[in-house]
Design a protein around this ligand. Sequence first.
Ligand SMILES: Nc1nc2c(ncn2[C@@H]2O[C@H](COP(=O)(O)OP(=O)(O)O)[C@@H](O)[C@H]2O)c(=O)[nH]1
Ligand SMILES: [Mg+2]
Length: 363
Amino acid sequence: MKLFKRRPKPQSSARAVSADGDAAADTDAAATQPSAGAGAAAAPASGPTAESQPAEASSGVFGRLREGLSRSRDQFTEGLASMVLGKKQLDPMLLEALEEQLIMADLGLEATDRVLESLRQRLDRKSLSAEETVITALKETLTELLMDQEQSLDTPQRRPFVILVVGVNGAGKTTTIGKLAHRYKQQGLSVMLAAGDTFRAAAVEQLQAWGERHDVPVIAQHTGADSASVLYDALAAAQARNADILIADTAGRLQNKSHLMDELTKVVRVMRKQDETVPHETLLVLDAGTGQNAVSQAVEFDQAVGVTGVAVTKLDGTARGGVLFAIAHKLKRPIRFIGVGEQPEDLRDFVARDFVDALFDER
Ligand SMILES: Nc1nc2c(ncn2[C@@H]2O[C@H](COP(=O)(O)OP(=O)(O)O)[C@@H](O)[C@H]2O)c(=O)[nH]1
Ligand SMILES: [Mg+2]
């Protein structure tokens, strides 16, 4: 356990993005440069890179998670440990300081309130003897909050199992689809991809590049084509080829937010003409780096298309990993995956206890 000095950080909102497509311009740019990026750039190797091998060998997969979460860990635990050092009880001043730290770690007000309330109840049940007790209780409380949403995606229920991937531009949809394609291929499943983001020029090519890399067929039309018709064709093709899994990309930005939500609703309606059970998973991709904005996006997408699972990406590039607690608390949908890097193996099943342990630098 590290002990940290208390060093308040300002809440930066440098990368704020709203579900409103228009405000997504900055992430849009982020998405487009490397995005030939997820496609052409840094072809993720299927094994660990030379650079990551020592960590992998020494501390295994948990080491990679820990490494990925280092910035969030600094933000998260900084102050917390030193604050409870020597404290025998959760006095009002300590509570207030904890509250401040949790908010700064991007938990948001509601999740922070919930955590403090549960912590208080937990601590009421036993008297404090050492610093470790407060930390342990806090960790248990945090794990419990996330545990409700720890539920991995069970794909073999249907064939083809259709995953519709939604989220604002730059959130990491296409990259996550590429990583998933890789993962399912590794499991010996037959995978197909649908290039439903027909709005942006680079989007189709980006998905095709992932498809080529992992030898996965991509159903696509030209840029500007009707997204619903691409997905309709893709579903027909997946059925005809008896594919195990079809993963559909969608646009993250249209003229405005209501266009985007209307388009997604239409896509679902059109696909259901073929199979009324689809999509079997509506996976919302959220960029952790957008902090509390990710929470409002979650609510809006859920209202429009009914989110059944969440992938939280870019946890490696941000100190705002605490937002995951806010998402879990607010959205109350399973968190399926977390992205902690750009390698295919950096998309991981979400495990609440591992996540909290990695935030507290343990194991
Ligand atoms: N570091 C890091 N970068 C990611 C992760 N997921 C996606 N990215 C990057 O985020 C950018 C936008 O991703 P993209 O998949 O194009 O987003 P989309 O617009 O939602 O399809 C790309 O440069 C990706 O390589 C992640 O987990 N970690
Ligand atoms: Mg994309």
